[in-house]
Design a binder for this molecule. Structure first.
Ligand code: SAH
Length: 399
């Protein structure tokens, strides 16, 4: 095993069990480990800090598999980590039926670069780092063993693979080719998921608890409530709003294909399609048009795509978030509900709240946060890896 020696003082983050070793922290590398190979990380004074996967093309040169200097990185290691991750998810693996959820959330589950989601009988994997790629076959073999009977599909087509020097890859690995749309049940609602072409691994599993919260909050408004669901994708919040008793939902989304699935999802849940207006439109334009026409809503949902993909994009992204939130606040009738999110990892919860505060100020409205919203519990936040917290949101009462 090659040794990677860090510069003096650069062992601090690893002692706090943060799993990333940046290229700038490295003093020297013994031999020339191949991409994805297991290396031993040493402090400058020779102390062994852990074993990691080597990624020569990335600024993150190594991702630690284990901080235990004696732990072998082999099939048994991955079996232990996968069993731990699977066992923390509900329900028991063999009782999933049409269930869906995240089984493995990368660094937060001690498996850097590896994401495993389940949609009924299909397991969808992403191998996003050199180390994950190196152990791909081992991991697929273990998934087949731990979740017998499932089909395994790969969606390693996220942009982050490029930074690791890896080509995008997607397609069937094991079992049956998924149908165009797979029906899943998230515990309360049913959805059709496009595993091969949908966003991420097909669906926004991370919003599961927030959909339920939105349904409950809309229900608590009582009386007739006109809801505007912005960035509606395949209609998960539209379904939640209708189930919560919305009298009317306007769903705004730029992708016609997503809107078609949103229609089907509405019907699939036995909800009244005549209470939904789907608008294929740019949200930024649509919100302005509503403002100019003097329209008002009882609730507005804002679940935009990631505006800040990197640290350098934070300022422009903040302006984008402020813009849509300010417009949404103006459209709400007094006492109305704003359910708003940011999934940009580089915009922290504090910063997001400051953006909302500035939006409220400029909108001239009194705004109270009535509930903080976060990513679902099957996307856990590891305390040694704060980067695992990315989805933040707030349900606000707007006066
Ligand atoms: N709320 C959805 C997820 C939203 S993902 C859910 O719960 O499933 C963001 C969506 O916004 C994507 O479907 C994308 O196609 C759409 N989108 C991105 N930019 C847009 C824009 N400017 N106007 C309208 N839709 C946009």
């Amino acid at each position: 095993m090659s040794k990677v020696v860090l510069k003096k003082g650069r062992e601090e983050s690893l002692l706090r069990r943060h799993p990333w070793v940046f290229s700038g922290a490295i003093a020297g590398v013994e031999d020339e480990p191949v991409r994805g190979a297991t290396v031993e990380i040493r402090a400058n004074d020779g102390r062994i800090l852990g074993r990691a996967a080597w990624s020569p093309h990335s600024q993150i040169s190594a991702r630690v598999w284990s901080f235990d200097p004696g732990e072998q990185i082999d099939t048994e290691f991955f079996r232990r980590r996968l069993v731990r991750a699977f066992s923390a998810r509900r329900p028991a693996q063999d009782a999933w039926g049409n269930g869906c959820g995240r089984l493995v959330y990368a660094e937060a589950d001690g498996l850097p670069g590896i994401v495993v989601d389940r949609y009924a009988g299909f397991v969808v994997c992403q191998f996003l780092s050199a180390g994950a790629e190196f152990w791909r076959e081992t991991i697929c073999g273990l998934i087949a063993e731990l979740a017998p009977g499932v089909s395994i599909y790969e969606r390693s087509d996220a942009d982050s693979r490029e930074k690791e020097g890896l080509e995008p890859r997607s397609g069937l690995i094991m079992g049956d080719e998924p149908p165009e749309l797979v029906e899943v049940d998230d515990g309360r609602f049913r959805f059709l998921v496009d595993i091969a072409n949908g966003h991420k691994t097909g669906f926004y599993l991370d919003q599961r608890e927030n959909r339920m919260a939105a349904a409950g909050l809309i229900e608590s408004l009582r009386g007739s409530c006109d809801v505007l669901d912005c960035f509606s994708y395949t209609g998960s919040f539209t379904v939640a709003a209708l189930a919560g008793g919305a009298s009317w939902v306007t769903a705004v989304e730029s992708s016609p294909h997503a809107i078609e699935t949103a229609r089907r999802n509405t019907a699939l849940n036995g909800l009244d399609l005549s209470r939904v207006q789907f608008e294929e439109e740019n949200v930024f334009v649509y919100l302005r048009r509503c403002r100019d026409e003097g329209r008002t809503f009882g609730a507005v949902i804002l679940d935009p795509p990631k505006f800040a993909g990197s640290r350098g994009m934070v300022e422009a992204a903040s302006r984008g978030y402020k813009d849509i939130n300010l417009l949404a606040m103006k459209l709400l009738s007094p006492g109305g509900l704003l359910v708003t999110f940011s999934c940009s990892q580089h915009i922290g919860a504090d910063m997001f709240e400051r953006i909302l505060a500035f939006a409220a100020m400029d909108a001239g409205r009194d705004v109270q946060i009535v509930r903080h919203l976060r990513q679902a519990g099957d996307h856990p936040v590891a305390l040694n890896f704060p980067e695992s917290a990315y989805l933040k949101g707030a349900a606000c009462r707007v006066w």
